[in-house]
Design a protein. Sequence first.
Length: 130
Amino acid sequence: MLNRPWNGRVFVATKTTDLRKSYDGLAALVEGHLGHPLRGGDLFVFLNRRATQVRVLYWDRDGFCIWMKRLEAGTFRRGAATDEREFIELDVGALMMLLEGIDAPVVKRRKRYRDAADERGITVVHPCVG
C-alpha cells in the first residue's frame, strides 16, 4: 500500500470505529470531527473496538480508496491521545510499525532533520503511547 513516498499526513482515530461504515460513513467521521479536507492526499486510519481490524481511507486522484487489514491473531496497538482529540497525527514510519505489530515505545528514534516548513503546528504523537 505505501510503497511510494507519501507526501500527505497520517491521522489515526483515537476512538473505536464501527467498521461496517464504508466510504461515505468514514468520510463523514473525518469531516465531522477533524474538519479536514478529504482530498488533500492524507491517510485516515480507523480501528474497530477489538483492535483486530484496521481501515485506511484516502483520496487517490479521482476517488476514495479504502485499504483494510484483519488480523487472524493478536491486536493492533491503539494510539492514545493526551487530550480529547478525535484524531492524532502519525508519520508514515509509525503507521507501518502499527500495522506490523511493532511495539513502538520500545523503539528509540534517532534525531533527524525536519524542515521548518513541514512543521504545520500539529504535534505528531507516537502511535503506541499508553
